[in-house]
Design a protein around this ligand. Structure first.
Ligand SMILES: *Cc1c(COP(=O)(O)O)cnc(C)c1O
Length: 379
């Protein structure tokens, strides 16, 4: 049996009849950049994220850059974040000329350890970027307290976490900015690159709106230097069709996570060779005000690289997010870090493996994944 890591064709089959007319309508209008689809997308996503303002941009990476630009963060400034994330989080800090300052992760959730944030603050610190990794939100209350005390801007990297909740509050609605990605493999993916920034403050939203279009307002009058960070109508049109399905897809991912949890214990792999992701939906009878949207279902295992090769050989898709933490990347050698500086991030990079979790995954496919893992460990 073939089990891909992600099967976007299976999803497209279910929404094809809704997508095609919207695409046709956009082509008939020949209105491809910003415009009514983008405006509708901003309204829908703002409401969904329980945040008053949203501005569509060209990608999740650009959403992070534009938030930093909106706060005039640049050379001489420090921004605190995690080394265990996708490159774009830290790339954005470097792109505006600021210095990334890392703190290690909590080994259970893989999210930034907030106890270490307070110790990392210096007079040069301007902002913090918590990442809601794999679809589970970082511990925002202590972070917001530290930010208030030191007057730091909080930019949530919510690229993997649209619809995730922390104490009943949605990703992107707690910090000053929420940065989302519509990259096709995210839970809410477009038909290409795209992203959106959410903000509680109207003045910040107005600034981001101008920045995404060369700081221009009115036309051909520029108050500051922005860039071309605009969202396409086609991407927005696709997102507008997909957003009403997002909650049922997220529930499908949560149900699949519970199925894996059960199959792994039935297979005798837990406790033992496999450690499961900690998540608030593990016990369906227990009500929680946290919501994990499972952009990834990530296990920790012994002999990870050999297991990965075994699964790949059996036609089971899996992936390592992320094999090299950011403080050990060649391009950040200038920061002077070495192996051992952030031990929990390094351990996660060595032990984690993401399994297929997309909502259309069948019980048979999940059983196949767990059986292949059981076979590997000879259990
Ligand atoms: C995907 C992702 C991004 C970047 O989004 P793009 O739309 O691909 O530019 C940023 N941060 C995290 C954590 C991501 O997973």
């Amino acid at each position: 049996m073939n089990v891909p890591l992600l099967d976007l064709k299976a999803q497209y089959k279910t929404i094809r009849d809704e997508i095609r007319p919207v695409v046709d309508e956009i082509f008939e209008s020949q209105y491809f950049i910003l415009g009514p689809q983008v405006q509708k997308c901003e309204e829908l996503v703002a409401a969904y994220c329980q945040c008053p303002h949203a501005v569509g941009v060209s990608s999740g990476s650009d959403a992070l850059i534009i938030a930093l630009m909106a706060e005039d963060i640049g050379p001489g400034d420090e921004v605190i974040t995690t080394p265990y994330t996708f490159f774009a989080t830290v790339g954005a800090i470097a792109r505006v000329g600021a210095a990334p300052v890392f703190v290690d992760i909590d080994p259970v959730t893989f999210n930034m350890d907030m106890k270490q944030v307070a110790e990392a603050v210096t007079p040069a610190t301007k902002a913090v970027i918590p990442v809601h990794l794999y679809g589970q939100m970082a511990d925002m209350d202590p972070l917001m307290a530290i930010a208030a005390k030191h007057r730091l801007i909080v930019i949530e990297d919510a690229a993997q976490a649209i619809g995730a909740e922390y104490k009943g509050r949605r990703a992107g609605s707690i910090g000053d900015y929420g940065c989302f990605s519509f990259f096709p493999s995210k839970n809410l993916g477009g038909a290409g690159d795209g992203g959106i920034v959410t903000m509680r403050d109207k003045a910040k939203a107005d600034r981001v709106r101008m920045l995404r279009n060369h700081g221009m307002e009115p036309k051909y009058y520029h108050k500051f230097v922005g860039g071309n960070f605009r969202l396409d109508a086609l991407q927005a049109g696709v997102i507008n069709v997909k957003l009403p399905h997002l909650d049922s897809w997220s529930e499908g991912r949560q149900a699949n996570a519970r199925t894996y949890d059960r199959l792994f214990s039935e297979a005798g792999l837990v406790p033992g060779k496999v450690r499961l992701p900690a998540h608030p939906h593990a016990d369906p009878k227990k009500k929680s005000d946290h919501r994990h949207i499972f952009n990834q279902y990530v296990i920790r295992v012994e002999d990870r690289d050999a297991l990965r090769a075994h699964l790949t050989g059996r036609g089971v898709g899996c992936e390592i997010y992320y094999p090299v933490p950011l403080h050990l990347q060649d391009c950040f050698a200038c920061l002077g870090h070495q192996k051992g500086d952030f031990p929990f991030s390094e351990k996660a990079a060595d032990e984690t493996l993401a399994l297929p979790i997309y909502p259309e995954l069948t019980d048979e496919q999940q059983a196949c994944v767990v059986n292949c893992i059981k076979e590997f460990y000879g259990a």
